[in-house]
Design a protein around this ligand. Structure first.
Ligand SMILES: C[S@@+](CC[C@H](N)C(=O)[O-])C[C@H]1O[C@@H](n2cnc3c(N)ncnc32)[C@H](O)[C@@H]1O
Length: 156
């Protein structure tokens, strides 16, 4: 590559001293595919810090307006996730997703709510790619014999 030097003399073309990137850049790596179960109002999206394609399932359609509001707000704030349309589904039946189609599954405060947590986890295993990760957060019950446990049992 040749560049024009500062004195503006058209005859004064020099090889560029700085290595420039090739004109055709390789395509960016594909975004990580993330599936969130029971995403509700999409409250977790604001914590996404790397480029991902994010799919949220939620069985309760009443969350849809809140989901849309969150996504629209975060889009304006430069959210790192490309968010797909909300998918109406229970965690127990993820049949619409192909086996090994996600790099990660996220679920927060959902496993305590679902009818059949074992079935949800077997679906998670099915849709995760080999080496994929499950990130979850849950309420944890107090140990037997502790005041916390007693409180959870309604003081009995
Ligand atoms: C306590 S909320 C948590 C919402 C959201 N994950 C968050 O952390 O803000 C529990 C969510 O689980 C959803 N849920 C209930 N049963 C479910 C099931 N069988 N499969 C997937 N999600 C379910 C509810 O509709 C609700 O959105």
């Amino acid at each position: 590559m040749r560049v024009k030097i500062a004195n503006g003399n058209p005859g004064n073309w020099q090889p560029c001293p700085i290595p420039l990137p090739p004109t055709s850049l390789p395509p960016p790596p594909p975004k990580k595919q993330v599936l969130e179960l029971g995403g509700g109002s999409a409250a977790n999206l604001e914590f996404v810090i790397s480029p991902t394609e994010w799919t949220i399932t939620e069985p309760n359609v009443k969350f849809a307006p809140y989901f849309k509001t969150t996504v629209a707000k975060l889009r304006g704030e430069g959210c790192h996730a490309v968010v797909n349309d909300l998918v109406e589904a229970c965690g127990e039946d993820l049949g619409r997703f192909a086996p090994a189609s996600f790099d990660a599954v996220v679920t927060t405060f959902v496993l305590c709510t679902v009818q059949d947590p074992e079935r949800v986890l077997s679906e998670v295993l099915r849709v995760l790619r080999p080496g994929g990760r499950l990130y979850f957060m849950e309420h944890v019950g107090g140990r037997d014999g502790t005041g916390k446990r007693q409180g959870e049992a309604g003081g009995r």
